[in-house]
Design a protein around this ligand. Structure first.
Ligand SMILES: Cc1ncc(COP(=O)(O)O)c(C=O)c1O
Length: 422
């Protein structure tokens, strides 16, 4: 069904609109109002894990639409019960409880912080530089980019920002070969000198997404977990971008072999882009009553039906193996670009969560080149995104996990063509 096109939508929208009007999507492809086809290498907004309109998931949603669209939080439904059961069964064994009452990532992260503060009786939250944990006023205060905090003078206090494990441009000018994970040890100084002295939790994206697809070095997350355990700090993995197969493993926790004390998930949970989020916690962290953290559309029954269908697909070992294989092909092809193009710097990633750095002649970051390449890719029918909301120097690729090897080559061919045209 197609509604009439609005003549000048920019007259009504509060924010600036993009030029392209999308009208249809299927799998990894979308089409605009002019009939142009694009490969959607950012999966909507990193949330369409199974692409546009996966048949098994849309069928589940249609069935649910006929049965029961919504139920208030005082009631159970079969779909929400099953989502909670699956999340507990599939996540690391220490995570035994699910709070399903948020509909987005920012509010799930806020819920995790509330739990941490309630249980520990402490206050501050550690967040890595360039970390992106959400857009509500509280999460805006926590984001690890000053640009995202600056416009809001009354933001929520208590964030302690620490250097992220960004080996390619290490804050401490070390090499991962022999640094001894100095960036974890030095967090101690931030606790001593830059916190209120009362630290409840640390929230970290296991692979920093918006911050530039930063993959931590071997052993980093395990050492971080020890560091937090030693100090009674709760470690929260924000797995908005990394969960449900994105890394080639069900969770980044599995990919890196480290279980957090809490995990927050949203984005890909429903496979095809319906809103739903969850906070997973250890048994000992229960106690925050329902009324203290719940949102009207949290635990939405339609989304829950989509999530059940999605989890049944992404949990399959052959599905995850496919993500690892396709991701390896695309990573290798993108890495080949470094040979003939000095502007292509570090190319990194896990599974189908990939990033390509752009550098100037001195090896410094080049947001200008990254944005030029992003535009050149769009002109060639490939949708990507630039890190730090367009201000970074990394092109982010997160195609739907149903990307075929053939399409991975097509993306790489067009990427090579775009870089050559810079
Ligand atoms: C890592 C991460 N955490 C949290 C959020 C916030 O999620 P939401 O936009 O659903 O509130 C995002 C959104 O982009 C994200 O990428």
């Amino acid at each position: 069904m197609q509604s009439d096109a609005v003549a000048d939508p920019s007259r009504y929208a509060y924010y600036e609109l993009g030029d392209i009007r999308l009208v249809r999507g299927e799998g990894v492809r979308v089409w605009d109002s002019e009939g142009r086809e694009y490969l959607d290498c950012i999966s909507g907004t990193f949330n369409l894990l199974l692409g546009h309109g996966h048949p098994a998931v849309t069928a589940a949603v249609r069935d649910q639409l006929d049965e029961l669209v919504f139920a208030g939080s005082a009631f159970q439904t079969d779909a929400t019960n099953r989502v909670m059961e699956l999340l507990v069964q599939l996540s690391p064994p220490n995570l035994t409880r699910v709070n399903l009452r948020s509909s987005g990532g920012s509010t799930a992260n806020e819920g995790a912080v509330k739990i941490a503060q309630l249980i520990t009786g402490r206050r501050d939250v550690i967040v890595p530089f360039r970390g992106q944990v959400g857009q509500t006023l509280a999460m805006a205060g926590y984001n690890g980019l000053a640009r995202m905090r600056e416009p809001f003078p009354h933001r929520f206090p208590g964030a302690v920002h620490v250097p992220e494990p960004y080996c390619h441009r290490c804050f401490y000018r070390q090499s991962p070969r022999d640094c001894g994970l100095l960036c974890v040890d030095r967090i101690e100084d931030f606790l001593t000198c830059a916190s209120s002295g009362s630290v409840a939790a640390m929230i970290i994206e296991p692979v920093s997404g918006v911050g530039g697809n930063v993959v931590p070095p071997e052993g980093y997350l395990a050492r971080l977990r020890e560091f937090c355990d030693e100090r009674g700090i709760l470690l929260i993995f924000d797995e908005m971008q990394t969960a449900f197969g994105r890394t080639g493993h069900l969770f980044a926790a599995d990919c890196f072999g480290v279980a957090p004390h809490m995990m927050t998930v949203s984005k890909g949970l429903t496979g095809i882009g319906l809103p739903l989020a969850a906070i997973l916690t250890e048994e000992r962290l229960t106690g925050m009553e329902r009324s203290l953290h719940g949102f009207t559309f949290g635990g939405h029954n339609l989304s829950a039906a989509a999530a059940v269908a999605t989890l049944e697909i992404v949990r399959q070992p052959e599905f995850l193996a496919g993500v690892r294989a396709t991701g390896a092909v695309l990573l290798e092809r993108l890495r080949e670009l470094r040979a003939g193009h000095p502007c292509v710097g570090d190319v990194r990633g896990v599974g189908l969560m990939l990033g390509v750095e752009f550098e100037d002649a001195d090896g410094g970051r080049s947001p200008a080149l990254a944005n030029a390449c992003n535009r050149a890719l769009l002109a060639r029918g490939v949708i990507t995104r630039v890190s730090e909301h367009g201000r970074g120097n990394v092109i982010e690729l997160r195609p739907p996990l149903v990307l075929t090897e053939e399409d991975a080559h097509l993306v790489a061919d067009r990427f090579a063509d775009a870089v050559a045209a810079l």
